[in-house]
Design a protein around this ligand. Structure first.
Ligand SMILES: O=C(O)CCC(=O)C(=O)O
Ligand SMILES: [Fe+2]
Length: 357
């Protein structure tokens, strides 16, 4: 299965998350170069589920602009941000979510009581979700242009720039997995079901995180095919060590690098050949944790881009990922059905928020 075979371990740097230089993938390189990038990428996705990609193709000034757009957005007043409110309930995931509205968890059961228990610890973050303008199932929720001039045009452009890189990564993964058709995964990824997310974790007293009365983002896996994440230099993102259950390793910020992780859909497609690893956001590193007499944590900004299959895609085991030793583990599921199950407990209606307050 796959082209990587064997026990060959990718280079271990920055803790244990491999770095892959993607410049060797881009045009004017030989097939052998592309193959070696594809192999390194796939090895990382199969052993850790996370990989830093450098020279991914998104220029640093564009990334700086994206972080500036996020900072401008989150520094608006609450009332201004609420001009683009996240719609009530879990069906549409767009617009602005104030701190506490979304509760990330790994719980996928249907028991509302368990969901409410998990909610006792609220997530201290705010976010803004953006999708394709042509996705009528998930219509965007924009601020009035006068509130944040240029924001809509810039983030829409950024969304499609990220998608160009995503398609190249999907091509490389198809090659690494050993799919005969390098375009196979692209057929399910028109780009219209991706999600660009701007995230802000405001400064909070470290004591509150330490006593676990609030969380930045608890451990979870992503529901996407894969996620491309850009983070500032604050730190705090941690990834479960697949070799040591219960241990998390820091995904230390690497300037300009994109952190790519396998999502649940790709794990199912590949029959667990590639792994969708739990990750969380917690305190920044000890040396850099506290500011001022109230021991405030630094603010953190991050920009995940969730690359997601089109809603009606049937995610079923790739023929290259099953044989007599690797029987099929998952029933086929559409992206839409899978996301619905996961979304239910992440968002509740404003009526339920008020009732629990
Ligand atoms: O903020 C981060 O670095 C991680 C965000 C994340 O894991 C998510 O939004 O799913
Ligand atoms: Fe995540």
């Amino acid at each position: 299965m796959g082209s990587t075979g064997g026990d060959r371990s990718p280079d271990i740097v920055s803790g244990a998350i491999p770095i892959v230089d993607f410049s060797r993938w881009h045009t004017n390189t030989s097939k052998a170069d592309q193959f070696s990038v594809a192999r390194d990428l796939t090895d990382a996705c199969r052993t850790v589920g996370f990989v830093y990609i450098t020279n991914h193709g998104l220029p640093q000034p564009l990334l700086d602009q994206a972080f500036n757009a996020a900072k401008r957005l989150f520094s608006l007043t609450h009332e201004e941000k609420m001009q683009a409110p996240h719609p009530d309930g879990p069906e549409v995931h767009r617009g602005y979510s104030f701190p506490g509205l979304e509760k990330v968890s790994q719980y996928a059961g249907g028991d509302d009581e368990v969901g409410e228990q998990l909610r006792q610890v609220s997530d201290c973050k705010e976010s803004y979700e953006i999708g394709s303008e042509e996705n009528s199932q998930q219509p965007n929720v924009w601020l009035p242009e006068a509130t944040l001039p240029g924001f809509r045009a810039f983030t829409t452009e950024f969304y499609w720039e990220c998608n160009k890189v995503a398609l190249e990564i999907l091509r490389a993964l198809a090659m690494g997995i050993g799919l005969e058709d390098p375009e196979y995964l692209l057929r399910y990824h028109s780009g219209h079901n991706n999600q660009l997310r701007l995230l802000h974790y405001p400064p909070i007293p470290a004591a509150e995180l330490e006593s676990r009365s609030v969380a930045r983002m608890p451990a979870h896996s992503d529901w996407s095919t894969m996620t491309m994440l850009f983070q500032d230099d604050c730190g705090g993102l941690e990834v479960a060590d697949p070799r040591t259950p219960g241990k998390f390793i820091p995904a230390t910020p690497v300037k300009g690098a994109c952190v790519v992780n396998v999502g649940d859909l790709l794990m199912r497609w590949s029959n667990d050949y590639l792994i969708s690893t739990l990750h969380r956001v917690t305190l920044p590193p000890l040396s850099d944790r506290f500011e001022g007499e109230h021991r405030m944590t630094r603010a953190r900004y991050s920009i995940p881009y969730f690359v997601t299959a089109d809603a009606d895609s049937l995610v079923e085991c790739l023929p290259a990922c099953t044989d007599a030793q690797h029987p099929i583990k998952y029933d086929p599921v559409t992206q839409e059905a899978y996301a619905r199950t996961r979304a239910k407990l992440q968002y509740r209606t404003s009526k339920a928020v008020a009732a629990a307050a």
